[in-house]
Design a protein around this ligand. Structure first.
Ligand SMILES: *Cc1c(COP(=O)(O)O)cnc(C)c1O
Length: 441
């Protein structure tokens, strides 16, 4: 990727072997000792993904204060190739080529083209993912269209399946949208624990909306088993992949998922407000009946026909004119994944989190934090959530010490691990600073 000059701006107390890792704040190496610092340096040296860090604006060259960024589960870091690509899109494609860019620079087909690249990261064969709109809007499309699919799928159509299930700890927007989707489709909405969603379904259940990873606790829900159990009773499943895409293998096609949505500004690093995506399994596309049938999803949009006729394929999930600037920033951002397997990202993510927890155990006073994220690998995504007293104040103090995390009211600290650019020295330092902050009372 880009050749970035590596100047020696790192403070002198940096462990020399932590190449590319953020520097510890001066004066933190007390007599207690950073028992895990050498181990962090060793793991960074041996990390097969260490090389992808320089594809992002994140290291000590960019942040001479040695900021540790553990908020990539909220807003992914900037991939280095994006600024030049955006300048080109704006100056050449928009400025010079203007309207011809819709065809000559392939703007019109960007939602499907970029959708295929996102699809490759979530286990979807080409032609099933379309990029556009926000996750919230895609939840509406998926839930309403999914209920319509479920109703047409079997003999229940006469009395109608009239219930939507969703996981009770869902990210709020999914719940708000599901409530409206329920009213639009004449369904009742019932919130149940994600792990019980299959056993809670009844012959009346049309659809279940489930978050793959809980945004708050970082708990990973069992997509293969839940999907299979719901399919056995004729329920259509919509998965929200916001906290799993780009963090772990999702394997939509192998697990027979019906519909899925997700955002691209977290682990996919597409930038603030980058467009979301919608997956419609190929087998469902002919009957996918969008509640937002905009002209971009028309079979022949430039016929400007009075009557709606849906396009075939993933295009059917489009609505209006795509937000080209954000979309092409996302496309450039996805270059950071070149040569990277999602399995290697998952392996490092789990290892980073395990190492972080070991550092927390060593550095943080006993009883000061309570872990909300399960320890079992099969049950967690790519963040660690810790509950502690005065979490808002603790977050501010971490920020003041260059450790960027986020806070979920009332008492949760979220540490996000983004293996493409987070190193072991980063998590060791975050745990150390957390320990200092909590020891200070
Ligand atoms: C981040 C997130 C969203 C965000 O929705 P937007 O429409 O992009 O604001 C939705 N659902 C989940 C589970 C999320 O984590």
């Amino acid at each position: 990727m880009s050749e970035h000059p590596r100047t020696e701006t790192v403070p002198p107390d940096t462990t020399p072997a932590t190449a590319g890792a953020a520097a510890p704040a001066t004066g933190t190496a007390t007599a207690v000792g950073r028992a895990h610092a050498a181990e962090a340096a060793r793991r960074d040296r041996e990390d097969p993904l260490a090389g992808t860090r320089e594809r992002f604006v994140v290291d000590a060259v960019d942040y001479p204060d040695g900021t540790v960024y553990l908020d990539g589960n909220s807003l992914g870091a900037l991939p280095r190739g994006v600024p030049a690509r955006m300048a080109d899109v704006i100056e050449r494609e928009w400025g010079r080529d203007r309207i011809n860019s819709w065809s000559d620079n392939h703007w019109w087909t960007a939602p499907e083209r970029i959708g295929d690249r996102v699809g490759a990261l979530v286990g979807a064969a080409p032609g099933q993912v379309v990029v556009g709109d926000s996750t919230s809007v895609n939840v509406l499309k998926a839930v309403v269209a999914g209920v319509r699919l479920a109703r047409g799928a079997d003999a229940m159509e006469a009395d109608g399946r009239d219930e939507i299930l969703m996981d009770v700890s869902t990210f709020p927007t999914d719940g708000y949208i599901a409530e409206s989707a329920a009213r639009l489709t004449g369904c009742a909405l019932r919130a149940v624990p994600a792990g019980a969603i299959a056993s809670e379904s009844t012959p009346r259940t049309a659809l279940a909306l489930v978050n793959h990873v809980d945004y708050r606790t970082g708990r990973l829900h069992d997509l293969p088993a839940t999907t299979a159990a719901l399919h056995a009773v004729g329920v259509v499943v919509v998965w929200d992949l916001c906290h799993s895409a780009g963090a772990l293998p999702v394997d939509l096609d192998p697990h027979g998922v019906d519909l899925a949505v997700g955002c691209t500004y977290k682990y996919l690093n597409g930038g603030p407000g980058a467009p979301a995506y919608l997956y419609v399994a190929a087998r469902h596309q002919p009957r996918f009946d969008s509640p937002l049938p905009g002209w971009n999803s028309h079979a022949d949009p430039f016929a400007m026909a009075g009557a709606y006729a849906p396009a075939d394929g993933a295009v059917r999930g489009r609505v209006g004119t795509p937000d080209i600037l954000s979309m092409l920033a996302l496309e450039s951002a996805l270059d950071a994944w070149q040569g990277v397997s999602i399995e290697s990202v998952r392996a490092k993510s789990l290892d980073l989190a395990d190492f972080f927890l070991a550092c927390v155990a060593a550095y943080v006073p006993a009883g000061a934090v309570e872990r909300l994220t399960p320890v079992a690998h099969a049950e967690r995504g790519s963040q660690v959530a810790l509950r502690c007293a005065d979490a808002g104040e603790v977050t501010e103090r971490l920020l003041a010490r260059g450790v960027v995390i986020d806070y979920r009211r009332p008492d949760v600290l979220r540490f996000g691990f983004t293996p493409l650019y987070t190193g072991y020295a980063d998590v060791e330092r975050a745990a150390w600073v957390l320990g200092e902050v909590l020891s200070a009372g």
